[in-house]
Design a protein around this ligand. Sequence first.
Ligand code: C5P
Length: 249
Amino acid sequence: MSRPNPVYCAVDTIDLAEAARLIRQVAGGVRPAVGGIKLGLEFFLAHGAPGVRYAFPDPIRLTGLGFFLDLKLHDIPNTVAGGIRAVIGLAPSYITLHTAGGKAMMRAAVEETGAQALKLGLPRPKLLGVTVLTSLDDSDLEATGITGAAPAQVRRLALLARESGLDGVICSPHEIAPLREACGPDFVLMVPGIRPAGSASGDQKRIMTPRQAVELGASHLVVGRPITQAADPCAAAEAIAREVGVNNV
Ligand code: C5P
């Protein structure tokens, strides 16, 4: 039996035509090669909601693909709730926000997400927290007044996210095992920093293969360049999906 495809393709470009082409390639076929599409800050700032609807149109979306809208919201509770209101009509499956915004901000986001989804008759998007950006090391954290090692801070913020009603967090491959243990089996762990064996690591330092990450307990994998820069993005995505036990791609 095949498992649901956990691979989200990160479409990191501000070129609208390029985004549309990539999405068509990896997700537009009868059997999509990915489980979902991630669009982030750069694409959304450049093209907004109309860009999302153009590059990732309903005929592709409605085949059951996930949509990860990675905006990493971080502001006062009222403004983050407003941000959620502004994008919920796009029916994202996942929206990200910074756990460092605190409990009140996360709770406001949870409440607004539930209320707006109900009002619009949409499935409730899941909210995922960003803990410590993987670009920060212990000395960067110390410079911002946070003493102690990064893993402890990641764990603290993940538990705060869960307590505040978030559905999961984004985490590096090396945080999967401790967070799965700390936050339980139902907490969503969305994991970037994935490189199929033998592919270029690019600027990613703490990488893991798709299979290792899934075996450790990742819920979803975010994969960008190994798919988007491949000569055949669809074939590259299919190979990753098969590596983690998805047979029907
Ligand atoms: O091309 P690559 O596979 O490295 O892309 C990974 C995606 O995951 C990018 O969209 C990147 O912004 C995102 N990401 C990451 N590391 C994090 C958080 C997000 O690489 N810690």
